[in-house]
Design a protein around this ligand. Structure first.
Ligand SMILES: [Zn+2]
Length: 74
């Protein structure tokens, strides 16, 4: 899942937009602050991998880490 660095020329808000795996980046990004559709990819900004895809982060991810056995005997 690539994460794009985005910048809104309207209000100056900068944020990251994540593209879900298997989907394309939308043709227009909408600013999460002011709702402007003039948001552009920050020039020169690298496309980052989502932190969940990094190995170090994986063990800290509560939803992905294997859950400890609760002691139930099924
Ligand atoms: Zn904005």
């Amino acid at each position: 899942m690539p994460v794009y660095a985005l910048a809104c020329p309207n209000c100056g808000h900068e944020y990251c937009g994540m593209v879900l795996e298997g989907t394309r980046p939308p043709p227009v990004w909408e600013c999460s602050e002011c709702g402007s559709d003039q948001v552009v990819l920050k020039p020169g900004a690298p496309v980052l991998a989502h932190p969940w895809e990094q190995r170090d982060y994986h063990s800290a991810c509560l939803c992905c880490a294997p859950k400890a056995k609760s002691g139930l005997s099924m």
